[in-house]
Write a protein that binds this ligand. Structure first.
Ligand code: HEC
Length: 197
């Protein structure tokens, strides 16, 4: 079949790139692929070869091994953090502070160890106001309060109470501080830190 039979209109320029073959009247133009595309394609071939050799023969770690390693690292970091911050546990906290002696102990220890700087009613003094919604060291929830009591804010003048007070005493004082929030102290210190809704 000639071009005329098919009534194909082929521009002069296109003739140069018209391929010989003819599939039941379907002709092809030879459009070269763009350079950037080819370069990208060749890079993927090189990468595939590298990847195959690296993982099949050179003993690179599998994704599963990498994942396990990362999990182990995270667990180690968590364990380290827990150790440093006294290992707060919400279940333990909630179970303990529900007991009547925890309430009494919390109030007693607060009066003896914290009142001097945070005021009897939590209004603040040397230390910040513990009744308002502003917190310097985080959310003001039990976990944060517990951690701050354990580690103190040594450079600002509050000692670490871990080792001075027992774990139960710290849990009890934590609950006491958490309960101070929202109460109205007689001489409230101005807010410090960030507003926590
Ligand atoms: C010698 C003074 C002093 C004593 C005693 C003290 N604190 Fe503090 N406390 C501070 C100071 C100062 C800060 C503020 C540190 C800062 O600016 O970061 C603080 C911060 C805190 C915070 C964090 C407040 C926030 O806004 O993030 C909590 C909670 C707290 N103290 C609880 C206690 C408890 C509970 C006790 C008793 C076991 C106690 N403090 C004893 C001085 C004291």
């Amino acid at each position: 079949m000639s071009n005329e039979d098919e009534k194909l209109i082929i521009l002069d320029d296109e003739k140069k790139i018209l391929l010989d073959h003819d599939y039941d009247g379907i002709r092809e133009l030879n459009h070269p692929l763009p350079k950037w595309w080819l370069v990208t394609f060749y890079i993927t071939i090189i990468f595939a070869a590298y990847y195959y050799v690296h993982h099949t023969f050179l003993g690179a770690k599998s994704l599963d091994q990498e994942y396990q390693e990362h999990v182990a690292q995270i667990e180690a970091a968590q364990a380290e953090w827990q150790k440093k911050h006294g290992g707060f546990n919400w279940d333990k906290y909630n179970a303990y502070i529900a007991t009547p002696e925890a309430k009494k102990l919390g109030a007693k220890r607060y009066k003896r160890k914290c009142k001097a700087c945070h005021a009897k009613d939590g209004g603040g003094g040397v230390g910040p106001n513990l009744t308002d919604d502003y917190w310097i060291h985080g959310s003001g929830d039990a976990e944060m309060v517990y951690n701050i009591i354990n580690q103190g804010v040594v450079d600002k003048g509050m000692q670490a109470w871990k080792g001075v007070l027992s774990e139960e005493e710290i849990l009890a004082v934590t609950a006491h501080v958490v309960n101070l929030r929202g109460t109205t102290p007689s001489e409230p210190k101005e807010p410090q830190g960030e507003l926590v809704e």
